[in-house]
Design a protein around this ligand. Structure first.
Ligand SMILES: C[S@@+](CC[C@H](N)C(=O)[O-])C[C@H]1O[C@@H](n2cnc3c(N)ncnc32)[C@H](O)[C@@H]1O
Length: 250
């Protein structure tokens, strides 16, 4: 770092020098969220719209049995999803909106004892299911964390990968949640959206519980720290839209 850039950093907003050095020291700007309500809306949603998309109702813990249904293996091919994530031993991964922990228990043996799976959810009843299952199976690398509707409570710059399976479309505050998740990623870390494909009318899921790849990319456009690096399209009902946090030092 040059002396001039150090000076610019110290003076921050008051820096009088209109040089590229000063501009480089400014934090990347995120666009503020605009939420709206409409007269006409789908009753499966909460009448709150973000970037043209209506937000869905949160799936209650009473329906957790649906998350553990045996048919899920055929409908979603979760092993194929986990393989596509290319996890490594020692990684810290977060399952945000973990529900009953279906994917936590698939990721846990891969990251191993040197790694960790953080299960974050807003419903304590879901987290209790995860904790009970971990105890029963003697799994020690899954940690449960109670988030809020606007904050998953993850460690800042401490996570290698954040997974959200059938979750993001339910966030009441998608911008605020995404902002916290971007902050929680290490440089080079990945933010992974697994959503039912809106583009495919054969996928038998309610409309507001589906999302198009285009919409996910549009919403993440609010975060200049992120780069869309991949979309996996080989699952039966879902697509996996992957963003990578740019390394600010590179
Ligand atoms: C459809 S379930 C999916 C659960 C799990 N990912 C799975 O695929 O089995 C959605 C979950 O997201 C959670 N959720 C909704 N809004 C959330 C938020 N803002 N932060 C964390 N979890 C949230 C719900 O409580 C629910 O457990």
């Amino acid at each position: 770092m040059t002396r001039l850039s150090i000076l610019c950093l110290l003076l921050s907003a008051h820096c009088p020098l209109p040089t590229a050095h000063c501009r480089a020291a400014e934090p990347l700007k995120r666009e503020a969220p605009k939420y709206e309500t409409r007269k006409e809306f789908d009753r499966d949603g909460i009448n709150k719209f973000y970037m043209g998309r209506q937000i869905a109702h949160v799936m209650g813990f009473q329906a957790s049995g649906w998350l553990e249904r045996p048919e899920r293996v055929k409908e979603e091919e979760p092993e194929k999803l986990i393989k596509a994530l290319d996890l490594k031993p020692g990684m810290v991964v977060a399952d945000v909106g973990a529900g009953s922990g279906y994917h936590c228990f698939l990721m846990s043996p891969i990251v191993g004892e040197k790694g960790k799976v953080i299960a974050s959810d807003i419903q304590q009843q879901m987290l209790d299911l995860v904790a009970a299952k971990a105890k029963k199976q003697k799994v020690t690398n899954i940690e449960t964390v109670k988030g809020t509707t606007a904050d998953p409570k993850l460690p800042e710059a401490g996570v290698d990968l954040i997974l959200m399976v059938d979750v993001y479309h339910e966030f009441e505050f998608p911008f605020e949640m995404a902002a916290k998740m971007v902050d929680a990623l290490k440089p080079g870390g990945r933010l992974v959206f697994v959503e039912f494909r809106l583009e495919d009318e054969k996928v038998p899921i309610k409309l507001v519980h589906k999302m198009s790849e285009r919409q996910v990319i549009k919403e993440m456009g609010a975060f200049p720290e992120l780069e869309h690096t991949n979309t996996v399209k080989t699952l039966p009902w879902q697509h996996v839209v992957v963003f990578t946090k740019k390394d600010a030092k590179k």
